[in-house]
Design a protein around this ligand. Structure first.
Ligand code: HEM
Ligand SMILES: *[C@@H]1O[C@H](CO)[C@@H](O)[C@H](O)[C@H]1NC(C)=O
Ligand SMILES: *[C@@H]1O[C@H](CO)[C@@H](O)[C@H](O)[C@H]1NC(C)=O
Ligand SMILES: *[C@@H]1O[C@H](CO)[C@@H](O)[C@H](O)[C@H]1NC(C)=O
Ligand SMILES: *[C@@H]1O[C@H](CO)[C@@H](O)[C@H](O)[C@H]1NC(C)=O
Ligand SMILES: *[C@@H]1O[C@H](CO)[C@@H](O)[C@H](O)[C@H]1NC(C)=O
Ligand SMILES: *[C@@H]1O[C@H](CO)[C@@H](O)[C@H](O)[C@H]1NC(C)=O
Length: 361
């Protein structure tokens, strides 16, 4: 009697599990981003992020540019998984954040931390850092350019950050072919690339990213030069700003769109034909014929560019995302959750020291 009564629910439980598994498998397989992902689980999430971004923007308008770039650098390296925020490489070694394309130029980390703190207080363990980065980039585009779009959400945070993965990011010395290939590797078209490059209408750059266009540093002593595609007056200005002994650590920056550095307008495309694209890679967009045609069309029609920019940001935000039960919702955006960290394995460090040290992989 007792056995029968216990057996019945057990059998029912198995059937339920099978049904659940059958239902879950395809659900997990087709888990994808969607607008309003937090509508029931954290209805304030997007508003809280927007408030954190607005507060930071009021203190320093440049953070908007920083946050737009942060999303790009997150998505291009291991997908949009907030790997760019990690300060520890669980496998040892340097993180994305330490790597040259990000350090010291990337900014906005403090804004993401503030947004995360607000969101955790309102709805703990619910909103991923990768989604916060995507929301913050959208809010930054709204604040600087009245560009508005909805962000499909549901990204999960990754466990890995490795400096060497930043080779996926285009350096400012890229040729048109290299830009095309690096974006194609993320399933983004030449048009997406030209559209997204318009983000260089906001923000700043350190000298190191363009100094070799105005100084020949192989010559002894360094000689003044003007790289092809750079106006000579703009080159003189940049040379006066940046000493020839510039390094990545030289704390001098310049606005990429000197006229309106905090406005997301179509000036980038108007500056290129005037020899005022700051990077070698910017100027490549007018050397390549197909790219140049896009540049002219965006210079002529700002509305067109803004529409395409919004759509391309959404597309970029879908790169290699982890969804469903993949990855995790990080509690602290700078570090992976304790249970998922391989660092836990090193908790017997003192004993290992007696053995002559821990093998670091
Ligand atoms: C097409 C290839 C691209 C190259 C080669 C490139 C390169 C760079 C470089 C070298 C800087 C300055 C870094 C420094 O301070 O030294 C920069 C800044 C910036 N980039 Fe790009 N970028 C590209 C595409 C993008 C895309 C797709 C976006 C976003 C949609 C973007 C957004 C920005 C922003 C907003 C800044 C200013 C950041 C700030 O003020 O903190 N860039 N980029
Ligand atoms: C980082 O990536 C490189 C290249 O793929 C690999 O050789 C290295 O082992 C990785 N390091 C860590 C700590 O994961
Ligand atoms: C690009 O698309 C192909 C085909 O759909 C897919 O296999 C690949 O994972 C995608 N790559 C990225 C980086 O999204
Ligand atoms: C830079 O200077 C070196 C040494 O004088 C010279 O060989 C080279 O052609 C110069 N490069 C440019 C771009 O002027
Ligand atoms: C770089 O050159 C400037 C003069 O142009 C000099 O004052 C400065 O000390 C130099 N810095 C380094 C790191 O050599
Ligand atoms: C500019 O682009 C918008 C959006 O695609 C379009 O509706 C408009 O007709 C274009 N304006 C001109 C002058 O071509
Ligand atoms: C997140 O982790 C970092 C690195 O361990 C730490 O410095 C910071 O205080 C943590 N933030 C919060 C809110 O716990």
């Amino acid at each position: 009697m007792r056995a029968a009564r216990q057996g019945k629910p057990a059998a029912g439980g198995v059937a339920l599990l099978v049904a659940l598994a059958v239902w879950l498998l395809p659900a997990v397989a087709r888990a994808q981003l969607r607008v309003g992902f937090y509508d029931t689980t954290c209805p304030n999430a997007e508003a809280l992020v927007r408030q954190a971004v607005a507060a930071a923007f009021a203190r320093d308008a440049g953070t908007a540019a920083g946050l737009i770039r942060l999303h790009f650098h997150d998505c291009f390296v291991r997908g949009c998984d907030a790997s760019v925020l990690l300060t520890v490489n669980p496998g040892g070694g340097q993180t994305e954040r330490d790597a040259a394309p990000n350090n010291p130029s990337l900014r906005g980390f403090d804004v993401i931390d503030a947004a995360k703190a607000a969101v955790e207080q309102s709805c703990p363990r619910t909103v991923s850092c990768a989604d916060i980065v995507a929301f913050a980039a959208r809010d930054s585009a709204a604040l600087t350019g009245s560009v508005s779009y909805q962000v499909p959400a549901g990204r999960r945070d990754g466990h890995v950050s490795n400096a060497s993965d930043t080779v996926d990011l285009p350096p400012p010395t890229s040729t048109a072919k290299e830009l095309t290939d690096l974006f194609a590797a993320k399933n983004l078209s030449v048009e997406d690339m030209v559209v997204l490059s318009g983000a260089h209408t906001v923000g700043r750059s350190f000298c190191e990213s363009f100094v070799d266009r105005v100084w020949n540093r192989s010559a002894k002593p360094p000689a003044a030069i003007v790289d092809a595609g750079l106006s000579s007056s703009y080159a003189s200005l940049l040379r006066a700003l940046c000493p020839s002994n510039t390094t990545r650590a030289t704390p001098i920056t310049t606005a990429m769109d000197p006229g309106t550095p905090n406005v997301l307008d179509n000036n980038y495309y108007k500056l290129l034909p005037r020899g005022m694209g700051l990077f070698f890679s910017d100027n490549q967009l007018r050397v390549d014929t197909a790219m140049a045609a896009l540049v002219s069309s965006f210079a002529a029609n700002e509305t067109l560019w803004k529409e395409k920019f919004a759509a391309a940001m959404v597309k970029m935000g879908r790169i290699q995302v982890q969804t469903g039960t993949c990855g995790e919702v990080r509690l602290n955006c700078s570090v992976v959750n304790p249970s998922s960290s391989t660092i836990e394995l090193g908790s017997s460090a003192p004993a290992a020291d007696e053995d002559g040290g821990v093998a670091t992989s």
